[in-house]
Design a protein around this ligand. Structure first.
Ligand code: ADP
Ligand code: GN1
Ligand code: MG
Length: 343
């Protein structure tokens, strides 16, 4: 879906609902694929993030989850998103001054910091009082269900694109069995369900020069697996090139960054069970394949879910994900060894 256009009047009227009337500039911000995000500058100098939440989420559940999670973290003295106001489908956060997010890591220390931040996030939410957070998008990381949705989109083929993605479909088909591994282990109780972030891509953590960090984009914080969180860090933090790089020769997973991630994650993720630790390296391949499946599904279904900037953007993204899977498969033994070396 291309970014929706809003008139100045619409945005001013929304800001008015939140008591903000002295804005000097409201402009598109960040590179998130889901929500419509704006940076708001004001006369008094205060800055805000205004977001229009996607209609794909259950809005009421989302609002409740965000408020519970941010309140819980704040009560613990953990820096988190500061909610100025929340009126579905819009919300305003204070702008996190002094922090930046990156789409691509340029130094391994960023991977170490990000991994530590996401591990701490899981720790900090482990004692969130009952009831459990509800699922904003049910079966979000359920790879088996994601394959079912891909099959549906391929059979319907509403855009007539299926024939052109035969190679991508074959790549995915060859991995169907292993794609079910974690879903099956969770169903059998061999991998525990925890409160997890579920969208740990590198631009969802804001970093400051002094090494402090704030985990953002809390929309998918809900019951999940620590493996999916670690896996998405591997997908995005070990990437040598952008998620939409067209030159696939530039796309691979960097071992040095994988090691930096494990170094940041394991010391703070003492909660992991043996079965979780054993699947950390695998989880990178799995979640990368899953996101590849999701990009391809959206491409076949006519690009309705992820924001796209051009016609085959989702296909380009799918191809980088499959290339990343190949690269991680080629380094699987080395990645396993790195995880074991931190015991
Ligand atoms: P999406 O769900 O679409 O990815 P995000 O909540 O991740 O939306 O926001 C998109 C981007 O906006 C982030 O990657 C980050 O760069 C920036 N951002 C979000 N919240 C804040 C904030 N409170 N302060 C500063 N920047 C922010
Ligand atoms: C989306 O919202 P954003 O851009 O941080 C998506 C993730 C995908 C990611 C792929 C709620 O993340 O699941 O992994 O794009 N978020 C949602 O880049 O679907
Ligand atoms: Mg985001």
């Amino acid at each position: 879906m291309s970014n929706k256009e809003y008139t100045k009047e619409e945005l001013n009227s929304v800001l008015g609902q939140f008591g903000i009337t002295d804005q000097t500039d409201v402009s598109r911000y960040g590179s998130g694929h889901i929500n419509d995000t704006f940076k708001v500058e004001t006369k008094r100098g205060a800055r805000f993030i205004l977001q229009r939440v996607t209609d794909f989420f259950d809005q009421e559940i989302l609002r409740e989850n965000i408020i519970r999670v941010t309140d819980h973290l704040k009560a613990k003295g953990v820096k988190t998103l500061d909610v100025v106001g929340y009126e579905n489908p819009w919300r305003v956060y204070k702008f996190l001054e002094g922090y930046t997010s990156v789409d691509l890591i340029t130094d391994p220390s960023q991977a170490t910091l990000a991994a530590g931040a996401f591990a701490a996030f899981q720790n900090d939410l482990a004692d969130l009082p009952a009831p459990p957070l509800k699922a904003v998008i049910p079966r979000f990381h359920d790879t088996v269900d994601r394959l079912r949705l891909l099959d549906e989109a391929a059979s319907a083929d509403i855009k007539g694109r299926k024939a052109s993605v035969a190679a991508e479909l074959a790549f995915i088909d060859a991995r169907r069995e292993e794609a079910a591994k974690i879903v099956n282990m969770m169903a059998k109780g061999e991998i525990p369900e925890r409160i997890t972030h579920n969208d740990t891509k590198i631009n969802n953590v804001m970093l400051a020069p002094d090494g402090s960090s704030v985990v953002i984009d809390l929309d998918t914080t809900m019951p999940g697996s620590a493996l999916y969180d670690f896996g998405d860090m591997v997908r995005t933090s070990t990437a040598a090139a952008a998620e939409d790089e067209k030159d696939l020769s530039k796309v691979f997973s960097k071992k040095e960054y994988f090691e930096a991630l494990v170094r940041g994650y394991l010391p703070k993720a003492k909660f992991l069970t043996e079965a979780e630790r054993e699947n950390l390296a695998f989880s990178g391949r799995l979640i990368t394949l899953t996101i590849g499946i999701r990009f391809l599904t959206d491409y076949l279904a006519g690009d309705t879910y992820f924001h796209t900037a051009y016609a085959d953007h989702n296909l380009v993204r799918c191809r980088t994900q499959l290339k990343m899977v190949e690269s991680m498969e080629a380094q699987a033994e080395e990645y396993e060894k790195i995880v074991r070396s931190f015991k």
